[in-house]
Ligand binder design. Structure first.
Ligand code: C2O
Ligand code: CU
Ligand code: CU
Length: 534
């Protein structure tokens, strides 16, 4: 019964090509390896690789803490950064750096972040992977307008946006500087911290302009720790490295180059050529082009985050250590896996995180080990270089064979199955179930506390992301989950003409949340939907 209904919907939503996605794969899945995006080249000479040291973003200190809560403040502002040696790049930043400062939070403690917007544009802050009440989730039209803007500015800021008609709360002003859920100057976001240790990130989520916002620098790490993780002998301190991967392109004056259809950023979207996504020709790690880092002959934890708009990486160490299995995955988007997975390579789509441990004692002292991207070519095939030192070290870190006990969501407990087709439509750009995004249009209304099966279909490549709760991948193309689908996840990568089923339980917070493609050009060009937890 379920299958028949599903096939019917699938055929209508996606077209014949994907119908086989849950059964026998189409005989020739020609597009299976096609990766999205078009290369935007820099107008300046690219720097030599492996010259600049790897920066590690500063950890943000709370402005005050009490028994339950840590309070932070971040000023969003324009900053001139030297990203390419000798060139100044005007970035949009959290607190003056790119990446923004790393938030280090503790499970069970509440975090309140007060953001002040001194950018020239409205912003929205989203904690990606956060288990967050709706009013702090960064719904894309809950704008934080620049300090000093008037209500007129508010109306103006909204004027060019598509799909804005009838948006809740945009009519009328109040005496307190707010327009509906739009706020001028400052806004506090509350993260209750009812979630396990995980590598999260925060980023801009402004309606129609998330792509250019993140491209210009609005992204940072948010790490959550807990006792379960502390009890494990994993690498810590300087041997626990957050690595934010992001490709960018630069204009001749050093500014970030981006193919906005409207350089003034009042109309969302990119020029037609870049409709399928923007790829840069410079690979940044923590904001530095192809950096290098000295490592001891010891275990390191690498928290890999793909903060690129569109680019998918296949990460591999070169050379591989004898016997391979260099990248020992201990965690994914939603924290620790039950048992480690040894990979030779990790494929990471936009917004995904892979927490891996690398034992550099498997290399002779003096070895230069490149982190390469097998999906790139020439310069985009290189990412970062580790230079293994010969200094004597102590290292008591190991990766236990059992990391934690994970709750398995039970497919038998699912109260319903919903299907979401991610595809490009002839007239409406990028759509979910043939609908371009419109704030307030609800595509699903799951009941609080229930578990559902959500099935996603793709035409081309789409990394699908859910807000509010992490999910577990149940199947891929009718078979077992793939090698990169383990553990709790909030983003799952669909290759062309694929079908993926996930199990998700909607917990704790009612309200409006997002389901969207995390290819940021697709997202900005309407591949989003609201779901409401009731
Ligand atoms: Cu990382 Cu709704 O996004
Ligand atoms: Cu998110
Ligand atoms: Cu997409």
């Amino acid at each position: 019964m379920r299958r028949r209904r599903f096939l019917g919907v699938g055929a209508a939503v996606i077209g014949a090509g994907a119908v086989g996605a849950f059964g026998v794969p189409p005989a020739a899945r020609l597009l299976a390896e096609a990766r999205p995006g078009r290369l935007l080249t820099s107008e300046v000479p690219l720097p030599e690789p492996f010259r600049v040291p790897l920066p590690v973003p500063p950890v943000l200190a709370p402005v005050r803490s009490d028994a339950t809560t840590d309070h932070y403040e971040i000023v969003q502002r324009v900053a001139g950064l030297e990203i390419l040696p000798g060139l100044r790049t005007e970035a949009w930043t959290y607190g003056g750096t790119f990446p923004g400062p790393t938030m280090v939070a503790r499970a069970g403690r509440e975090v309140v972040v007060r953001h002040r917007n001194e950018l020239p544009v409205p912003s929205v802050v989203h904690l990606h992977g956060g288990h967050t009440p709706a009013d702090s989730d960064g719904y894309p039209v809950d704008l934080l307008l620049p300090a000093g803007s008037s209500a007129d500015h508010a109306a103006h800021a909204m004027a060019g946006m598509t799909g804005m008609a009838g948006m809740a709360g945009m009519s009328g002003t109040s005496g307190t500087g707010t327009v509906g859920r739009t706020v001028v100057g400052e806004r506090s976001y509350t993260y209750p911290g009812h979630q396990r240790a995980a590598t999260l990130w925060y980023h801009d989520h402004r309606m129609g302009f998330t792509g250019p916002g993140i491209w210009r620098g609005l992204a940072g790490f948010h790490l959550i720790g807990d006792e379960e993780e502390d009890a494990l002998p994993l690498p810590r301190g300087e041997r626990d490295l957050p690595l934010m991967l992001a490709d960018r392109a630069f204009a001749s004056d050093g500014s970030f180059r981006y193919p906005s259809v409207d350089p003034g950023l009042t109309v969302p979207g990119v020029t037609d050529d870049y409709m399928n996504g923007v790829l840069g020709d410079v690979i940044l790690v923590n904001g530095a082009p192809w950096p290098r880092v000295e490592v001891d002959r010891a275990h390191y934890r690498l928290r890999l985050l793909n903060a690129s708009n569109t680019r998918i990486y296949r990460l591999e160490l070169d050379p591989q250590p004898a016997d391979g299995g260099a990248l020992v995955q201990i965690g994914g988007d939603g924290g620790l896996l039950e048992t480690p997975i040894r990979h030779d390579a990790v494929e990471i789509a936009p917004a995904e995180r892979f927490d891996v441990v690398v034992d550099f004692s498997r290399y002779p002292p003096g070895t230069s080990v490149r982190l390469t991207n097998r999906f790139g070519s020439e310069r985009t095939g290189e990412v970062l270089r580790f230079d293994v030192t010969s200094r004597p070290v102590t290292d008591d870190a190991t990766v236990p064979e059992r990391l934690c006990t994970l709750e398995r969501l039970d497919p038998g407990a699912a109260v319903t199955t919903r299907t979401f087709g991610f595809r490009r439509s002839r007239n409406d750009g990028w759509t979910i179930n043939n609908r371009p995004y419109e704030p307030g249009r609800v595509l699903a209304a799951p009941a609080l506390g229930t578990t559902e099966i959500w099935r996603f279909f793709s035409d081309v490549h789409h990394p699908v992301h859910l807000h509010l709760d992490q999910f577990q991948v149940l199947s891929r193309n009718g078979g077992d989950p793939g090698p990169y689908d383990a553990g709790w996840k909030d983003t799952v990568d669909l290759r062309p003409s694929e079908g993926v089923e996930v199990l998700v339980r909607f917990t704790d917070y009612p309200g409006t949340y997002m389901l969207h493609c995390h290819n940021l050009e697709h997202e900005d060009m309407a591949m989003m939907a609201d779901f409401v937890v009731e």
